[in-house]
Design a protein around this ligand. Sequence first.
Ligand code: ZN
Length: 307
Amino acid sequence: MSLSKLTLFYDEIYSSGLDRTARFPVDRYQLLARKLLDNDYNNSICWGCPRLATKEEILLVHEKSYIERFLNHQLKEDEIRRIGLRPWKDAIVERTLRLIGGALDALDCVLIDGHTMSGNMAGGTHHAFFKEGAGYCIFNDLAICAEKALQSKDINRVLILDLDVHQGDGTAKIFEDDSRVYTVSLHGKNNFPFRKQTSDWDVEFENDTEDEEYLRVLDVVLAKLFCIDFDILFFQAGVDALDSDALGLLKLSREGLKSRNEKVYAWRESMGIPMILFMGGGYAKPIEDTVDAFSDLFLEAANNLQS
Ligand SMILES: [Zn+2]
């Protein structure tokens, strides 16, 4: 794998593992894959097939009984209702293991193969807690990858920068007393989850916040984070702050989100640390707006590596 290409992990099951009638934009993964294949004029993306995460890896973060009940298709109805993604489909088990496997593969790209950045074209499942899922999230891939990264002698401190429009509540709770992982969440004040947790740093935006205000605040956050030592950046890059998103309440434009990404990539470069991209949320109507914004995210990263 070339170090100047962005290695992205993707499998068809990211879309096909969910029921087509679920109240969730299941097609966004395959639409995005197609769009990236059509628009990667510089051939700057290298595609990887995600492996299956192991039960032992999920145990780094989650309760054994919760994991086993999920793997054995024995979650209770109210647990499934909290997660959403209904009607539940059996393939969701393989999908979930591959989705976490893709994030762990991206981590290996950085920690073992020496890439500057890598990404998974799904995940960023930040609403999952120790023993329960919520808000389309079953297990917390960010937290599992953080624990896995901390097993490396090169990683003493992980920064999880969560720019999804919803608070990274599960991640915040899992690491609330853990100084090895610094959790930062910029989110809409009035969005789900309505009971917020406490990240190391939370920034809340009022409804209808637009590009200028958002980017001004992000500049302040990044400037302050520059003064703290981190060994790796996990970027939860949800695009649901987009104006046309059905679940976010902010009003960022496509150009605003591109500027957001550029600021994070420039910050990473100035810090000289590697980065893992986690996709995060996006529920725009039409779905093409979400796909366009994610396409920007990954192509900008790929171009950043080549420049
Ligand atoms: Zn979200």
